[in-house]
Design a protein around this ligand. Sequence first.
Ligand code: DAS
Length: 347
Amino acid sequence: MRSLPSCTLLLLALAAAQAPAQTPVAKPRPSILVIGTGGTIGSAGGYWTGNPTRVPIEQLVRVPGIDSVASVASEQLWNVASSAIGPTRWLELSRHVAELLRARPELAGIVVTHGTDTMEETAYFLDLTLPGDRPVIVTGAMRPSDMAGADGPANLTNAARAAVDPRTRGRGAMVLMDDRLFAARDVTKTNSTRVETFQAPERAPIAIIDADGLFYRQPSPGRSTPLFDIAGVRELPRVDVVYGYAGADSVVIDALVSAGAKGLVMAGVGRGGLTPAQSAALRRARAAGVVVVVGTRTGSGRVPVIRDDGMVGAGDLNPQKARVLLMLGLSRTSDPREIARIFQTQQ
Ligand code: DAS
């Protein structure tokens, strides 16, 4: 290469010395929205008496350090215990989140705070009905906000970290609790009081969350469309869960069919076992057009989806998750073979 004359080098050096110093351009922080719906995370005082003070989401998101993760905005949708959240509110929440994601492309993701008792059901409903490309992360707390060792602030910060991480895209709705990020489909509450209550029996969490980063355990499926379109769904069909136990008779099943249940999920014993009286009542229910899904009350393990008795096995969906899927399935078809195909897609 030909060398430049020394006077040219001198001029270049002078020009460089006189150029204004480059100020580093601050990278804008990703934006997230935290939607508050209530639960223990949003409560203080009166915890053990069941009469807590409700803390507004605007106050809960003021966690030291969370601003370095994301620009956090919040809105209070409801402030209720999760036992007060059911199918009508699932539809409302899903539509609200879908509209926010559509109207606000600048949002990296959405965090929903929720009571832990029915969190898994709401999260699974969101998972089945939202596009899934941008993360929707449901979180909560086992300890109220004013208790020593409250887990809400850490869960919120970790949910924000997960919501802004590009590796969390394409995975639908998730649950973040106690330093672990779970697929909504897999996770269940396993203990009534402990902070490590959320587990995914026989499945790995999507990621574990440590101080030095998020460590992913599963590849992203790269989802970008909802599995169920709820645009035309005004109300979800009635589906009930029936518990199996030694000597159970037919009274509950017959009563639910009379009450208008369109579907029943059996929390059967063992691998979906049914007492003779329950079997007979379910035959009557099927003859009346009720779709029956059989799962297990054991807390983990599979009941094969395809059966030859006209019923559908839940696979490894627990009874409360199978109920969510059956409600959505019945909003599309009441053919048990079609419902079985839908259940197979979730295994
Ligand atoms: N208060 C209960 C609920 O709303 C429990 C909790 O959030 O942990 O589900």
